[in-house]
Design a protein around this ligand. Structure first.
Ligand code: 17E
Ligand code: FE2
Length: 411
């Protein structure tokens, strides 16, 4: 199969891409079609490696309002709402909702998902269901599972054992939630436990870290210090880190040294944290998003996630990461020309580093032929016009296609 005239990652010139046996066989400015070879002309459209959802909670998606709506819009009321919904969880209920979400994501060019799965459930129903789905959906979506203790490790009955059990069942990553633990001591102990568990079992780490507007919430320094000392480095990710928005600059200056030494990744969730944070402020209201611009400027890896699709923490979401990037650029004030043009990296190459995809990801000869085609010549235009993902190709096979809507102007 030959794809002609692809504009790969905003390149000025177009390339031809030959796909053979599910791999990128050849990428060059011009390739001759072999006799009988199928040819698709991409007409200079933007080609990117697939979008990556680096942070979502698939087990909670599509449950907003069931059984109650989050009226205050806080993280904490969201956790209470979810706790009520958790009582009714079944394998079938999770399967149906996750399958629906995976189709939404596929329609929007996503081929890789890191999902947090709540393990503060004595039956670990969601973990069991997600482990099955990870296998079943492998051909269309690579799913990475984080054992996520929504109600705490030290502050939830049997919390440590549930984490150990989830890792034994096959979780890919270990999570934690230091800002939700009862005390500072518990929060430090929970992080020591989580990172040691990951180190002992060869797992990645992704912590819900300091997702609160409390400037005294300092889980991040503990995560980074353990990542360094246990030599986990970039296997570790700190998600949310919204308290960093409220830290004083002197503390951030000191912290930045450790963050760089630790090599940890960050995930910001601009839609959801713009909605959840600042809820106890009057005016001015804090934006409650981590310091993406400053972290990026220091060479620290940051990706963006959606976090939620229509659940107790976010009453919207359609599986498109475009709005995530759009909101992120606005709230982080990263609206320079290059910032906008390159912003696809937050949901592609940066996210691939966080997920440790290595050479399973990227448009290069010899790698898996996974890519997407957008209805735009470059990402600036794609973002601005909310261009659809025309085609999503995985292992050389088209797994989703969208026909753009056509509007006639009558004047
Ligand atoms: N749980 C949590 O602790 N924080 C979030 N942002 C979501 C779930 C979505
Ligand atoms: Fe989250």
């Amino acid at each position: 199969m030959l794809y002609r005239n692809a504009r790969i990652e905003n390149a000025e010139a177009t390339s031809d891409i030959r796909v053979t046996d599910g791999l990128f066989a050849q990428i060059a400015p011009h390739l001759e079609a072999a006799p009988g070879e199928e040819v698709i002309d991409l007409n200079g459209k933007l080609v990117l490696p697939p979008f990556i959802e680096s942070h979502v909670h698939l087990d909670t998606c599509l449950t907003a309002g069931d059984p109650v709506w989050n009226m205050s819009g806080t993280l904490f009321e969201g956790i209470e709402c979810w706790s009520k919904r958790k009582d009714k969880l079944s394998r079938q209920d999770i399967r149906e909702r996750v399958q629906q979400c995976v189709r939404l994501y596929a329609a929007n060019g996503v081929q890789f998902i890191r999902t947090h799965v709540d393990v503060t459930d004595p039956k670990l129903t969601a973990m069991q269901a997600l482990i099955e789905l990870r296998e079943e959906l492998r051909d269309v979506m690579e799913i990475q599972i984080v054992a996520f203790p929504q109600e705490g490790i030290l502050s939830y009955p049997n919390g440590k054992q549930l984490m150990i059990d989830a890792v034994k069942m096959g979780a890919d990553c270990v999570g934690a939630i230091p800002h939700f633990e009862f005390t500072r001591e518990y929060s430090v102990e929970s992080l020591n436990f989580a990172l040691q568990l990951a180190a002992d079992n060869g797992k990645l780490v992704d912590v819900h870290c300091d997702e609160i507007d409390d400037e005294a919430s300092r889980g991040l320094e503990t995560v980074a210090a353990r990542a360094l000392e246990l030599e986990l480095f970039d296997k570790v990710t700190a998600s949310h880190t919204t308290a960093m928005h409220s830290y004083n600059n002197a503390y951030v200056l000191r912290l930045m040294r450790l963050l760089k030494m630790s090599k940890i990744n960050f995930v910001a969730n601009p839609l959801v944290n713009t909605h959840l944070q600042g809820r106890v402020d009057t005016y001015p209201k804090r934006r409650g998003i981590t310091r993406v611009k400053e972290l990026t400027a220091e060479g620290i890896n940051v990706s963006f996630g959606h976090d939620d699709i229509f659940d107790p923490w976010y009453p919207m979401g359609n599986g498109s990461l475009r709005d995530v990037v759009f909101m992120g650029l606005h709230v982080c004030q990263m609206m320079g020309y290059e910032d906008i043009m390159n912003s696809y990296r937050f949901i592609t190459t940066n996210a691939a580093k966080t997920l440790h995809l290595g050479d399973r990801y990227g448009i290069a000869e010899g790698r898996a032929a996974n890519f997407i085609v957008l209805d735009a010549p470059h990402y600036y235009d794609a973002l601005n016009r909310n261009a659809p993902v025309l085609r999503s190709v995985r292992m050389g096979k088209t797994i989703a296609e969208t026909r753009p809507a056509a509007t006639e102007i009558e004047f």
